[in-house]
Structure formats: structure tokens, C-alpha cells
Design a protein around this ligand. Sequence first.
Ligand SMILES: Cc1ncc(COP(=O)(O)O)c(C=O)c1O
Length: 351
Amino acid sequence: MDFGSDNMAGASDKVLAAITAANAGPADAYGGDALTARVREQLAALFEHEVAAFLVATGTAANALALAALTPPWGSVLAHEEAHVAFDECGAPEFFTGGAKIVAIPGEGGKLTPAAVAAALDSQPPRPPHTAVPAVLSLSQATEAGTAYTPAEVAALAAEARRRGMAVHMDGARFASALLRLGASPAEMTWKAGVDVISLGATKNGCLAAEAVVVFDPERAATLPLRIKRAGHLVSKSRFLAAQFAAWLDRDHWRDLAARANGAADRLAGELQARGIRLAFPLQANELFAVLPLARFEALRAAGIDLRRWPTRSLAPAACGAGEVVTRLITSFATSDDDINRLLAGIDRVG
Ligand SMILES: Cc1ncc(COP(=O)(O)O)c(C=O)c1O
């Protein structure tokens, strides 16, 4: 039992079986294999759109390389101040873009609004050649607070970005969980709402290590093959990355996995709330941010329950009173009822 991250779960049996099946015989390397071609077709079908798709092994690579395809080195990338690209990627976006500037914008519940984006841009009027050129708006779906943008919210943000001459990137590390909550189609959540490129995350949702940079306008993808190689992310035995995606996309396996993660999150949220523990943010994917008095949190930890204190940074203060702390609990496709029962038993024991 570990609710620290959905990265702590293993991979789905179907994905593992697909990797084993892909092991038979030789296959072309560096993305030239039949499985990679099949995944490109599957992704085009999933998004109901022509796509250029590139498979990489980490979400950080997907994000940083996607951004690099969308901004010149002198561009700026606007993102929520808690966004993974702004806070958790050790400067990879800045590195791979050749020095683009990340502009971190505050927003309640991990979300940006068109007004906040406009305010950030208007507070720094362009003074060429002194100011970076606004180039990309990056949205996390789901957000770092476990909330999700509706397609209408994405569309409004994308319209603001477009109006300012910027492209739109979506960090979809938890895209599947958010999508299921909203009942939207992948197309409605992305290109139909104005998203140019999505980093489609599969690792947190049942793959072993597989993320896709999905580009809706092939012209924007022109430099990506070179960027990916140069970044050390052109995997030679690419069939094993593709095998994961092929199985994940086959017969909507990704949906089943995300539904399990979301279902576990729903049950856990209900049980916590029944015990007087409130959530800092609405549950709109598979991440819960539970608010606990510091003393109760410490007592639970002292009793051996592996709760981690989530840095409140900018997100939680509004939701978190004096003397309270926030702990992040993430469910995955692998979270069982027993896992939840054990956590609840511990909470009930300590009180
Ligand atoms: C919102 C978000 N984006 C991207 C990533 C991908 O990161 P990694 O490079 O660890 O695969 C993560 C992982 O925690 C994440 O939470």
C-alpha cells in the first residue's frame, strides 16, 4: 500500500504481456518498427485527427521536448506556478528550449484563467529586444492540485493564448483520469479546444515507461526527430515503448485503468470525508489532498502510516488553516480495496 504517487504502482498485466510478445524476433530500431507505426495509427484514431507522435520514456522529456518544438530560445512559456514544467523538471524545459523563460502564474486550485494569463502578459509589456517573446501557454491536465480543466476552460485559455500569438501545450501526465471525470473525448479536450501539442502520459496509468509527444499540426513537429535524438531520447529498441502504448490503447485499456484509479480515489475520498477529513481541492482526477491538523498527521505518521506532507507552496494556503497540513494521496489502477482498508484501519486506530 502506498498512496505517495501513481508512479509507485507497477505496470498492467496486459502492458507487460505486450512487452514480452514484442520480444520475439528482430524489429527495426529507432522507431522504424511496425509497432511504432501501429501506435501512430492508434493515436490518430484516439484523437480523431492526423498526428505526428513521438514516444519517449519520461514525462519530463515529453514536456521539455514538446515545449522546445513550440518556442524559440528567446520565447517565454506561461504555466501555473505549481506546474511540473515550472517546478519539478530541474530546468529541463529551459535547457531543451535553449533558454526559454518560464513565466509562473498563480491560480486557485492549480488552474489558470484567461484573466490571469492576460494579467501576466500585460504586466510585462513587450520591450523588444529586452523582453522574452510570449510563445507557449502550458496547461497541466490534470493539474498539480488534482483538478481538471473542462474543455470550455481549455478553449477559453487557448483563445487568449492564440490572441497573443502563442501556441498551447498540454501536460497530460494524468490526462486519462481527468478525461474520464469530464466525460469528454480526447479530441474535445485537445485540438478541438485549441491545444497544439499534448504530452500524453501513460506511465502513471499502467505503462512501465511510456509517454507520447502528440502534435496535431505536423508542421510543428518538423524539428522533433532531431531534438529527440539530441536529447538522448531516441530509444533504439523502440518497439518496447511502442508495445506498451499499443496495449494501452488497444480496446480502450487506458480507460479501464483510469476508471480503476478514479474509482479508488472516489472511495478513499468518501471514507476520509466520513471521518471528518476534508479535501483541499475538488477531486477531479485521481489525486486527493487531505487536510489534517498537524497533531493528527504526526500521530498517524508515528503509527507507521506513510503519509507525506505536501509542500503547501502557493496551492494550499487558502484551503488549509493555521495548524493544519496537507497530505497528498494518489490512487492508481493498482490500488485495491485492501489497500484502502488498511489505510483506513490505521486512521481509525489512531483516531
Ligand atoms: C504533472 C506531471 N507532469 C509530468 C510528470 C512526468 O514526470 P517524469 O519525468 O517523472 O515521468 C509528472 C510526474 O510526476 C507529473 O506529475
